[in-house]
Ligand binder design. Structure first.
Ligand SMILES: *Cc1c(COP(=O)(O)O)cnc(C)c1O
Length: 412
């Protein structure tokens, strides 16, 4: 008898996006002539930049010739990509990251789920609430939590509440709170808010004082437009001793369907074995990565490296500017009908307070039925998301403008 991992049974069956899909399909079946605009799922909509397409075509041609064919590559990534990352993402911002501190992968979702494998089941994990669900669910699957309680929280996890008072950027917990690992995401999905330098300094100081590790998800760093805001946790003094950083080409270069990301693990970050002896997290992850992963595709890594070429940078930055103009238009349009909202300035997400105290799902239904717009109920990101709603700026300009017109009609 193959016993299954019973921890999976702790996950609720009605997961957020399938439930959204179910309600949208039911609505469309009943109203086939209505055109629904989807501002729900966090996926890019612009095609790959020409510089990236050219680089990938050239790489495919190399793979088709005996002299330039490549089989398995280095598991951590090709030097040409590691060097581009070191130079553009880090040295240019005054941060020195060694090539063997970077692990190229096929996505940050996998990285953020897989990383918890190298920590003890007894490790005490903290997440923000609302939160990117992967951080929570992967720890549930591993058996690091209790059951889901009636309050929407898993036993054994620490929830750090984001709310209007803290601008949806929770502060570090009081000293003495038992936490070994904390997941932070800035710019944030789902709230679209961004951590300031002072806030990240407090987190790094807290992690060092409490011997904790920060898992810093910077998937949206390229959406930051204020140069004084940190794009990397390593811009903060001391972070090399306590923080891992997740980066992805998905949102910055339209790679959601191409798949490429990387995880940075400075050699100064350590955990403890059962005897309290310090162990390098970089060495542990290297063992895990080289055992379970055979490297991202050569063609894909050539495409990712092209995102750092002068043409690639200009083209991808123009795409980001396009999405951020969508976000600005959405914010402006929603403000005219009195919405209270957060985010949308350094991230492609707007986080709205629902109207008239509606629950997230009631607001979802109202927006779908009255404006034919699909968004994401805040409650799907954790109990503190109740009463809020996420709209994404990933769409065509025409759809954004139409969505704004409909929202103004319904709520004006
Ligand atoms: C989109 C996103 C990612 C990127 O995931 P990939 O697997 O690299 O596509 C990572 N973290 C957050 C919070 C995201 O929203």
């Amino acid at each position: 008898m193959a016993r299954i991992n019973e921890h999976f049974a702790k996950l609720p069956a009605g997961y957020l996006f399938p439930e959204i899909g179910r309600r949208v399909r039911a609505y469309q079946a009943a109203h086939p002539s209505e055109r629904v605009i989807r501002l729900g799922i966090g996926d890019v909509t612009e095609p790959l930049a020409p510089a990236i397409v050219d680089a990938m075509h050239a790489a495919v041609d190399e793979m088709g010739k005996a002299e330039t064919f490549r089989g398995y590559g280095p598991e951590q990534g090709y030097d040409f990509l590691l060097e581009a990352i070191r130079e553009h993402d880090y040295r240019a911002r005054g941060v020195d990251i060694a090539a063997d501190e970077i692990f190229v992968s096929d996505g940050s979702k996998c990285d953020s789920g897989n990383i918890q494998e190298i920590f003890a089941l007894a490790a005490r994990v903290a997440v923000t609430d609302p939160v990117y669900p992967v951080y929570v669910d992967s720890n549930v699957m591993a058996g690091r939590t209790g059951a889901l309680g009636p309050d929407g929280r898993y036993g054994g996890l620490v929830y750090l509440v984001g709310n209007e008072a803290n601008g949806f950027q929770p502060e570090p917990p009081p000293a003495g709170t038992a936490i070994d690992i904390v997941y932070l995401c800035s710019p944030n999905n789902p709230t679209g808010t961004v951590a300031t330098r002072a806030q990240l300094e407090r987190w790094v100081a807290w992690a060092r004082a409490n011997d904790a590790i920060i898992l810093f998800d910077a998937a949206y760093e390229s959406y930051i437009s204020d140069p004084s805001l940190p794009r990397s946790i390593y811009e903060i003094e001391g972070a090399r001793e306590c923080a891992l950083e997740l980066r992805s080409f998905s949102k910055r270069a339209g790679f959601t369907g191409v798949r490429c990301a990387f995880l940075v693990i400075p050699k100064g970050v350590t955990g403890a074995d059962p005897d309290g002896k310090r162990v390098s997290i970089n060495a542990l992850w290297s063992r895990r990565h080289t055992t379970k992963f055979n490297g991202a595709s050569y063609v894909v890594q050539r495409g990712a490296a092209a995102a750092y070429s002068p043409a690639g940078l200009a083209q991808t930055q123009a795409q980001i500017a396009f999405y951020m103009e969508n976000a600005r238009l959405l914010r402006e349009g929603l403000a005219t009908v009195g919405f209270t909202m957060f985010g949308g300035v350094h991230a492609p997400y707007l986080w709205l307070r629902t109207k008239d105290g509606a629950t997230s799902w009631a607001f979802f239904d109202r927006l779908l039925h009255e404006a034919q717009i699909v968004g994401t109920p805040g409650a799907g990101f954790g109990p503190a998301g109740e009463g809020y709603f996420r709209l994404s700026a990933f769409n065509s300009r025409a759809n954004i403008e139409e969505a704004i017109a409909r929202i103004r009609r319904v709520f004006g």
